[in-house]
Write a protein that binds this ligand. Structure first.
Ligand code: TRP
Ligand code: SF4
Length: 337
């Protein structure tokens, strides 16, 4: 039997290259080897955005469309929407009964989120019961499929540790070895920075979206920060101080006809043989080459929204069928009616 993988993402709308390179491309590789469940965590979105739900549905569709475009294959992996698998909510209740409050209170991510929320004005500044339960809900996601491995970013590892603690406690209390202790599987850390050199993020307006056209992508790449000390295009450049453009080259450059493109860029830049504008024009073309197939698939799914909806519905049904098996076992173990 294949090992099981479960991971999720909040429905934040159209995704960017940071999501693609850091997370989704990783998932695409995993789907061949593992039995994968990928969830759009719409309940998790509600923990902080319960009062901004107008775009929740479209954001969910956009996320799934980007996953499909990047190569998540619904014939290999199970793509589903969290709230379409209500068994997870039921499991969340059982788990919340056995999770000590101080285990939640020491969660570092939650502490950070609380700090951010507190700094904001208005309604969202309070910490609701649902937000406190966020790590237990994530545990419920993982245990809904009794997953072996959980691909996550470094910021989520503490949550998987909590999941392991809750598993031990559940197994202990109900005298079973039913739940396996899942292992975190760290995502690629070759995180791409934003066009301005900061972390790539939607709210920082420094991202390149998976859904951006070739033209928009090329235009955005022209705004990438380069070696700031360089005045004229024949000045010798310093690739290692080229804050964004050269870093992108290292991600997207390859070997072409035996020539290492990154080394060529480095050499020509250092000798003053390469202007930054030309360099970024080439870089834009390079990124577009890599994105061409993804864009094509995305255009196809965008033209067939009924197909995306079908994939979401069928994936969620499949996930639910698995979840029901786990929950009937859990009900039995907890000795519910
Ligand atoms: N909490 C994760 C995040 O904010 C998303 C998530 C929800 C998740 N459920 C999950 C990740 C289950 C891994 C497993 O990024
Ligand atoms: Fe960066 Fe290219 Fe300009 Fe060199 S030529 S500083 S690598 S953008």
């Amino acid at each position: 039997m294949k090992q099981k993988i479960m991971s999720g993402m909040r429905p934040t709308g159209k995704l960017h290259l940071g999501h693609y390179l850091g997370v989704i491309d990783n998932w695409v590789k995993l789907q061949d080897e593992y039995d994968c469940y990928f969830s759009v965590a719409d309940w998790h979105a509600l923990t902080t955005k319960y009062d901004k739900t107008e775009s929740l549905k479209q954001d969910t569709i956009d996320v799934v469309t980007d996953w499909l475009a990047c190569g998540i294959d619904p014939d290999k992996a199970t793509i589903y929407v969290q709230s379409l698998v209500p068994e997870t909510a039921e499991l969340h209740i059982y788990l919340s009964m056995i999770t000590p409050q101080n285990w939640i209170e020491r969660d570092p991510t939650l502490k950070d989120m609380a700090k951010i929320l507190k700094s904001k004005e208005g309604m969202a500044s309070q910490i609701n019961y649902g937000l406190m339960g966020y790590p237990v809900l994530m545990t419920a996601d993982i245990l809904t499929f009794n997953a072996d491995l959980v691909p996550v970013g470094i910021d989520q590892v503490a949550h998987v540790e909590l999941t392991r603690d809750i598993v031990r406690r559940f197994n202990n209390i109900y005298n079973t070895d039913f739940f396996v202790e899942p292992q975190p599987k760290l995502n690629n850390c070759s995180l791409i920075c934003g066009l301005d050199g900061n972390k790539m993020g939607k709210s920082f307006h420094n991202d390149i979206k998976i859904s951006d056209s070739a033209e928009v992508t090329a235009k955005k790449v022209m705004t990438a920060i380069t070696d700031r000390s360089r005045m004229r295009k024949d000045d010798p450049g310093h690739p290692d101080e080229c804050e964004v453009a050269f870093k992108y080259w290292k991600i997207f450059g390859g070997v072409n006809n035996g020539v290492n493109e990154v080394e060529t860029v480095r050499c020509e830049c250092e000798k003053g043989l390469r202007g930054c504008a030309d360099c970024k024009r080439q870089l834009g073309a390079k990124i577009n080459e890599r994105m061409a197939e993804i864009r094509e698939r995305r255009a196809y799914y965008e033209e067939h929204p009924e197909l995306v909806e079908k994939i979401i519905k069928e994936g969620s049904q499949k996930a639910r069928a698995e979840a029901q098996k786990v929950l009937s076992k859990v009900r039995e173990l907890v000795k519910m009616y």
